[in-house]
Design a binder for this molecule. Structure first.
Ligand code: SF4
Length: 142
């Protein structure tokens, strides 16, 4: 099958890693925050979520952000799983917790794809799982 694009496309995402994931200073982040809380460095610029220190993360004390690679899971969750509707547009209290769990599942699926050849039968099986809805993704036994 055609290989899945495993390159992060932050322009097609909603800063999901910057919002949904927890940060700890001991893991290379400049501040502690809980999952679901937008990073203080995230800004809405021209309608898109942008990191305002993206060009100087390492020297600003955020090497954890540089090291993180969602493997393209972010845009899949943003555009496919949630149909292009941002966490900013839906403010249900439970939603960010669900999206965070879904993002973690998707990152795991994309990392597995990165370890496989696209001709491997398992590749197509895992790729197909990515199109599940949130309930289906969260029910996967990874
Ligand atoms: S989750 Fe991935 S695609 Fe989305 S902002 Fe983070 S690195 Fe970019």
């Amino acid at each position: 099958m055609d290989p899945v694009d495993l390159t992060p496309d932050c322009d097609s995402c909603f800063g999901l890693c910057c919002v949904l994931l927890p940060f700890r200073t001991q893991d290379g982040f400049g501040a502690d925050k809980v999952g679901g809380e937008p990073c203080a460095n995230l800004e809405l610029v021209k309608g898109a979520d942008r990191c305002r220190i993206h060009h100087r993360l390492e020297e600003s004390g955020w090497p954890g952000c540089v090291a993180f690679d969602c493997r393209g899971a972010g845009q899949q969750v943003a555009q496919v799983t949630y149909g292009g509707v941002s966490w900013r547009e839906r403010d249900e209290p439970w939603l960010r917790a669900e999206m965070g769990a879904v993002l973690s599942v998707m990152v795991t699926l994309h990392r597995r794809l990165a370890d496989l050849d696209s001709d491997d039968p398992a590749y197509a099986e895992i790729a197909a799982l990515r199109d599940g809805n949130p309930e289906e993704l969260l029910a996967l036994e990874l």
